[in-house]
Design a protein around this ligand. Structure first.
Ligand code: GDP
Ligand code: MG
Length: 313
């Protein structure tokens, strides 16, 4: 005879909780740094230059009782070209999925957010909004719990003061987030820490080094694309193409006697190996794709969604 579990008097198992947290803020606020700190891995590339993040990247934190999917976003800006429009579109996608919103603000930034960010913050259909003031390590101790003047605290459920870089204040933020999670499914495998694959990280590793080593303008003109990624028992073979917008940018990326390209390759390879845990051979090519940021066809090819252009009146 079968035994009915309903008859047992044991308390019901506590339900599993889960949710999506979208991290919004201006470029350079520290969104990618925060994502990496929360998940404990370097998933998103970080740089001192604004607008490093182009894709929506998620970091997943799973325990026995909950799963949080953090969504990093490109900083919200007022788009000036087709490429930037595509970036803003990525942000809208992330907001549409979210349950909880973190508005990440640089504590030292006195400028109010731009209209596009204000709009995104207001329209987000989330059940919880947290104000997260970052980079408090840059302020004297007395100012570390100061709410920036352009922020209206009544719009948020709670406020936090953190340093994503020094991993300060993160426990409190995380705990409050867990408390706000609602009953939900396991969206991702418990072992998974991101929805991105190794190809994506290979392309991003190369792009990060370009941001790191090259001057002001070139990094924004670069798109990195993995043409080949073969896993081999002894050593993976990875070929990445670095697309630049203009012929004149090619020698800058390559450097004198190929020195710059070599440095980018060596450093990116180390990061890729650290992430995959396997030795890799990384081959880099530099090619020109004229004005890819403005070209809808190229943007689509590179995986950006491009909305049809609005008709000019
Ligand atoms: P994002 O554009 O919002 O993703 O910002 P990033 O995460 O790329 O960070 C932009 C810059 O701010 C980088 O140079 C980071 O090292 C720096 N940064 C991020 N968080 C902190 C922080 O808590 N304190 C300080 N001092 N710098 C930070
Ligand atoms: Mg970023």
């Amino acid at each position: 005879m079968e035994y009915s579990a309903e008859n047992t008097a044991a308390a019901p198992a506590p339900s599993f909780r889960s949710g999506f947290v979208v991290i919004l803020g201006k470029p350079n606020a520290g969104k990618s740094t925060l994502l990496n700190a929360l998940v404990g891995e370097r998933l998103a590339i970080v740089s001192e230059k604004p607008q490093t993040t182009r894709d929506r990247i998620c970091g997943i934190l799973t325990t026995e009782s909950y799963q949080i999917v953090f969504l990093d976003t490109p900083g919200v800006i007022v788009p000036r070209d087709r490429f930037n429009e595509a970036l803003v579109e990525r942000v809208d996608e992330a907001i549409a999925d979210a349950d909880i919103l973190y508005h990440l603000v640089d504590a030292t930034d006195e400028e109010p957010p731009n209209e596009r960010l204000v709009e995104a913050l207001e329209q987000a259909n989330v059940h919880t909004r947290f104000l997260v003031v970052n980079k408090i390590d840059k302020l004297p101790p007395a100012d570390r719990t100061r709410i920036p003047p352009h922020i209206d605290p009544s719009r948020y459920d709670r406020g936090f003061f953190i340093s994503a870089l020094l991993k300060e204040g993160l426990d409190e933020l995380l705990q409050a987030t867990v408390e706000r999670l609602r009953e939900g499914p396991l969206y991702y495998d418990p072992e998974q820490i991101t929805d991105r694959d190794e190809r994506f990280f290979a392309a991003e590793a190369v792009r990060e080094k370009i941001f790191h080593y090259l001057g002001e303008e070139v990094p924004y003109s670069v798109f990195t694309y993995v043409e080949e990624f073969q896993e081999h028992p002894d050593r993976d073979y990875i070929r990445v193409v670095i697309y630049v917008e203009r012929e004149s940018q090619k020698p800058i990326v390559i450097g004198k006697g190929g020195e710059m390209l070599k440095r980018i390759g060596t450093e990116a390879r180390k990061d890729i190996e650290a992430l995959t845990g396997r030795p890799a051979y990384l081959e880099l090519w530099v090619k020109v794709r004229k004005n890819w940021r403005k070209n809808e066809f190229d943007l689509r090819n590179f995986g950006f969604k491009v909305a049809p252009r609005k008709r000019q009146k």
